[in-house]
Design a protein around this ligand. Structure first.
Ligand code: ATP
Ligand code: ATP
Ligand code: MG
Ligand code: MG
Ligand code: MG
Ligand code: MG
Ligand code: MG
Length: 251
């Protein structure tokens, strides 16, 4: 019968490896688009920054936050989003593979589901893929440094890409633009943008320079409806992920 068959085969479950995340640590899940360099070209993204895709990424991250309410903060830039879970979360018993797979699949399906709202005249040409990983941070200082690291990456890439595309849009070949920027410091790039293109880098919208931070905020006007969450997600582009005055926010 059924019981006999189960006991015969059940030993295979013991082959499953445990992957529970250490207790009392910040769990960060970072997702990143697979081959989005190609994806951005196939879908005619504006360079250096396509706001439609950044907005769709942020919308997908908000869908993930609503689905998994133990996420306290999310940070996104380019084709990536990082999700920070409460350090005492027991979601999926803290199993890494469950956390990564459910968040990345919910992100990807939301990205596809809402695509046409952000790209009304550009059809989605093929199903996009997002990879995911878990990283654990034992202290709030480590977590803050992680977020600073992602934001520094955003800044460095955006400064480079802003110069690169300014040169290319001005008629330079890709190869020559790479040559021109090779070995330059940040100050050289700022100077190039200002003197040659009359661009003050600091005036470029913060969403491009600093990325997007999503945090929960309690709604002032409380709507008492049984399935209406009393929390809203706040989106910020001005947040500096640097040690300093508001460093207690992540505790
Ligand atoms: P991998 O699979 O290793 O992640 P990738 O091609 O996705 O490869 P990334 O390092 O993740 O490489 O970089 C993402 C690339 O996607 C950027 O370099 C840029 O070319 C493109 N991209 C992503 N988002 C945008 C956007 N909003 N606007 C313009 N280009 C974008
Ligand atoms: P969990 O999130 O723990 O996986 P679950 O509800 O998905 O919860 P499963 O043990 O994975 O539970 O079982 C999937 C359930 O989905 C089935 O018990 C059945 O009720 C339903 N289901 C899935 N596929 C079908 C199908 N093709 N036809 C009818 N019901 C289905
Ligand atoms: Mg990569
Ligand atoms: Mg990528
Ligand atoms: Mg990336
Ligand atoms: Mg099942
Ligand atoms: Mg199931």
């Amino acid at each position: 019968g059924r019981v006999m068959a189960n006991s015969k085969y059940e030993y295979v479950r013991k082959f499953e490896q445990s992957d529970t995340c250490l207790p009392n640590t910040w769990i960060v899940v970072r997702l990143d688009g697979k081959c989005f360099h190609r994806f951005s070209e196939s879908h005619g993204f504006e360079k250096p920054n396509d706001l439609r895709c950044l907005s769709l990424m942020t919308n997908s991250a908000q869908c993930v936050m609503k689905e998994f309410s133990d996420i306290v903060l999310a940070y996104g830039q380019s084709d990536e989003y990082s999700f920070v879970l409460r350090r005492d979360t027991t979601l999926y018993s803290r199993r890494a593979s469950k956390l990564i797979s459910t968040m990345s699949s919910h992100f990807a399906s939301s990205f596809v589901f809402h695509w046409s709202k952000f790209f009304p005249i550009s059809p989605l040409l093929y199903p996009p893929t997002f990879d995911g990983r878990v990283v654990l941070y034992p202290t709030s200082a480590n977590l803050r440094d992680y977020l600073s690291w992602r934001q520094a990456d955003c800044h460095i890439n955006n400064l480079y890409n802003t110069c690169f595309w300014a040169l290319v849009h001005d008629g330079m070949t890709n190869t020559d633009a790479v040559k021109q920027l090779k070995g330059t410091l940040s100050s050289d790039k700022n100077e190039l943008l200002f003197s040659r293109f009359n661009i003050n880098y600091n005036n470029i919208p913060p969403v491009y320079r600093k990325g997007t931070t999503l945090i929960w905020s309690s709604q002032k006007e409380t709507v008492r409806s049984k399935d209406c969450s009393r929390r809203a997600i706040r989106s910020r582009h001005d947040k500096d992920m640097l040690p300093g005055k508001d460093s207690r926010e992540c505790n």
